[in-house]
Design a protein around this ligand. Structure first.
Ligand SMILES: [Zn+2]
Length: 251
């Protein structure tokens, strides 16, 4: 039986806090799962005041502090903002991490989202879930042994719940995160460098309030204060049972 481990693979250091931190917190608190949080980049373009090196150093620290709020471990896979591509090097990094932490559940971005870094991360993570269980993939690269299963894979909400053409993306199910919203906010607050940046680039002040608004929008139709939306990858060879839903209950 695999250990109870969940891994989120998102593009940038604060994405997990917006999209799936509530679920990570609940798995840790209610079921004792080990939590791993990875970002593909250190967020090197997420600043108008610091150099790429400076902001990367700051944001790796913020990612680690946010993960530490719930006893999770943070990893940066050291790709670069706006340049995440679907290629062998990036895929191997994600597969190596899968084989190292050996997750039962993996969370990533929606396949269609507002920026390509998110879409590429989604594609890389989807491929890694399959490749990590293929013993011949990168078998000469010093990885931990291949997984003996394709991992349960879930896509979080696209930004603002819409795809790049503006169409609504409806979650297959939502998870109630009302009881853990303050901890989710505490994790997001660790990304202090992003408040000024988001205000300038996205016109978003008080980004913690924005996270609450998004979570509230997912909860409201189900009569709960806050929720997170997900879709499960159900392609051939991927697990078909909704493990995440069974553990936390679906709305
Ligand atoms: Zn992002």
């Amino acid at each position: 039986m695999a250990e109870n481990v969940v891994l989120s693979v998102m593009a940038h250091p604060d994405d997990a806090e917006f999209l799936c931190a509530g679920v990570l917190i609940r798995l840790a608190r209610e079921h004792g799962w080990k939590v791993h949080v990875a970002s593909m980049t250190p967020g090197d373009c997420g600043s108008a005041e610091h150099s790429p090196e400076e902001i990367s150093r700051i944001r790796r620290g913020e990612g680690a502090r946010a993960a530490a709020v719930i006893g999770a471990t943070y990893y940066c896979l050291e790709e670069r903002d706006l340049r995440i591509g679907y290629n062998e090097i990036a895929l191997e990094k994600v597969v190596r991490l899968f084989r190292q932490v050996r997750p039962r559940i993996v969370l990533t971005h929606a396949p269609a989202d507002y920026m390509l870094d998110h879409e590429m991360t989604s594609a890389l993570t989807r491929a890694a879930a399959f490749a990590a269980a293929a013993p011949n993939f990168a078998c000469d690269r010093g990885h931990a042994p291949a997984l003996d299963h394709v991992t349960h894979l879930y896509y979080g909400d696209a930004a603002e719940g819409k795809d790049p053409l503006g169409r609504d993306v409806t979650p297959a199910f939502c998870i109630d995160v009302s009881a853990v919203i303050e901890t989710k906010a505490k994790m997001l607050e660790c990304h202090a460098s992003q408040r000024n940046w988001l205000l300038r680039q996205h016109g978003m002040d008080q980004y913690v309030e924005t996270m609450r608004a998004w979570s509230s929008r997912r909860g409201r139709p189900h009569g709960v204060a806050f929720a997170e939306g997900f879709r499960q990858h159900l392609g051939h060879a991927y697990p078909q049972d909704n493990l995440l839903g069974e553990l936390l209950g679906t709305l």
